[in-house]
Design a protein. Sequence first.
Length: 107
Amino acid sequence: MADKTDRLAEAHLGPLYPLRGAADAPEPGDPTEDQRHIEYRFRELAAPVLETRLCDREAFRAIFPFGESVAGLADKGVSNLSAAIRNANDFGAEIVEKLRGQKREAA
């Protein structure tokens, strides 16, 4: 029922949640040529995109087998955990910032 209500509301009011693209990176560091091309195309289309990239890190792959959050992997022997926690925190902070900005614009 809620899904149908959401679709009806979106049909009349537009998206209920702000839409943004998010990019992931195969590795931390410089983006690949393909990634740069995709990001350039999004900018060219004026598509809203998050600045923070989620990098492919062992910690992000380990959350499912261990059933833990990234922060909960401290005693599991996962490498480069502090960088993964920092990356996740930066990504989450940017999402919260964008949502708060959307809320202020709507008011």
